[in-house]
Write a protein that binds this ligand. Structure first.
Ligand code: SF4
Ligand code: SF4
Length: 426
């Protein structure tokens, strides 16, 4: 694709990066077939190619973003399915991230939109605030149908308020037997309040397989606000995480068990590439970042699996894991090795509609995608649904009566841990 940026525009590192990405696009349209919003809406501007044109126009004009551009970019899930499909290697992730920052800094959104976005950004990434909001949401559930749709979607997240887990406090968990690895665990922001059992299972599993697990006092990785274009907040949160892990010597890996967070950690090097103070530290943390399935695969289950009644597990591949990190097979392989019958739905590349705060900001589209995903999963007649990202668990769980659990909970169960609590709840 030809671009027409001036020399002055290209002096901006963001524009220079975008220019390289735009030039790689050959307008072939292969990406349309795997784009969830194009599938639902059938509008070229709600597909990757159309969005790339809109971003190009916005950047070349140098003018503030228009409401029309924001409409189509806001509808993008950042699921990165288009990136996996693209034969030309167009780095859509960095292009749309930059576009979101420009939209957020130049467009005067309606006050109600600003209020909702501000609420999400100031509550969800902070554990204590989110817990209070969850309790308020839980109490408001009987009135959910009287609320405006997007507020109702927020309240819909509050299915239960779990007590905090002792695992989430800064501490070190010793490896069982000989120590084979020393890993830092990112315990996350919303996950400990929604499903504390995931971090519990992660620590049990990793220590059982021979890893020493270090929990540092790190908060949100910045992904949630990063995907809303709120750059300053995202950088501040990311710096806190980098500094927290930097203080821990001798880490072999930094483990994320929410794949949305893992994708963000792995991108820190790019995010801070022009920052003279943080670039090196950020790149080091990005280099250490691993999804929990990668670390478990490295350690190996070592013949510990067995003893769990046979279960048919439908594996949902989170977009941030399969597209953001290129990890599609390892979790399925591990589940099968652990003794589960693993099945996969049709359209594994189509997002479930969770996508950070997308299910709150775009509830109609998110509902459509959830229904599609739930129908595809239910058709497999599984006993359990498994996925590697808290957003997907909540999104799919809201549409199914079956237990929807994290992959590590099943691996922990199969290697000697307790059954996932969700099995008893559903
Ligand atoms: S598949 Fe890649 S090159 Fe083709 S239109 Fe989409 S982004 Fe551009
Ligand atoms: S990131 Fe997902 S929703 Fe956005 S354009 Fe690409 S495929 Fe479509």
């Amino acid at each position: 694709m030809q671009t027409r940026f001036s020399e002055a525009q290209l002096a901006d590192p963001g524009v220079r990066e975008a220019d390289g990405i735009l030039r790689a696009c050959v307008h072939c349209g292969f990406c349309l077939a795997t784009c969830p919003t194009y599938l639902l809406l059938g509008d070229e501007l709600d597909g990757p190619r159309g969005r790339i044109y809109l971003i190009k126009e916005m950047l070349e004009s140098g003018k503030p973003a228009t409401a029309a551009t924001a409409l189509h970019i806001d509808r993008c899930l950042s699921c990165l399915s288009c990136m996996t499909t693209c034969p030309s290697g167009v780095h859509y992730q960095h292009l749309v991230d930059d576009a979101r920052v420009r939209i957020e800094s130049t467009l005067a959104r309606p006050w109600s939109e600003r209020l909702l976005r501000g609420l999400i950004a100031h509550v969800l990434p902070y554990r204590a605030r989110f817990r209070v909001a969850l309790i308020a949401g839980f109490l408001a559930r009987p009135f959910q149908r009287f609320l405006p749709r997007r507020l109702a979607a927020m309240v819909g997240l509050a299915r239960r308020v779990a007590p905090p887990s002792a695992v989430d406090r800064p501490q070190v968990f010793a490896a069982q037997g000989q120590r084979r690895m020393r890993v830092g665990l990112l315990t996350g922001c919303v996950q400990p309040s929604l499903r504390p059992e995931i971090n519990d299972a992660t620590v049990r599993l990793l220590t059982r397989l021979g890893a020493e697990v270090v929990v540092v006092g790190a908060g949100c990785c910045g992904a949630l606000v990063h995907h809303m274009g709120r750059e300053a907040e995202a950088l501040r949160q990311a710096k806190d995480v980098i500094a927290a892990f930097d203080r821990e010597p001798g880490l072999d890996a930094i483990v994320a068990n929410a794949s949305g967070c893992g994708t963000m950690l792995k991108d820190y090097g790019f995010v801070f590439r022009t920052d003279p103070v943080w670039a090196t530290r950020a790149a080091r943390i990005a280099g250490l970042a691993k999804d929990v399935s990668e670390v478990v695969a490295t350690l190996g289950l070592g013949g510990r699996a067995g003893g769990v009644p046979s279960r048919r597990v439908a594996y949902h591949s989170a977009c941030s894991l399969q597209n953001g990190q290129g990890i599609a097979e390892a979790p399925k392989r591990l589940l099968a090795e652990a003794g589960f019958e693993v099945v996969e739905p049709v359209e594994p590349h189509i997002c479930c509609g969770s996508a950070g705060a997308y299910n709150i900001l775009q509830p109609q589209l998110a509902d459509g995608l959830r229904q599609r995903k739930v129908a595809n999963l239910a058709a497999l007649q599984p006993d359990i649904i498994a996925a590697g990202n808290i957003g997907c668990l909540v999104q799919i769980g809201a549409g199914m009566r079956l237990p929807v659990v994290h992959t590590v909970e099943l691996l922990d169960w199969a290697t000697g841990g307790p059954p996932p609590p969700e099995l008893a709840r559903t």
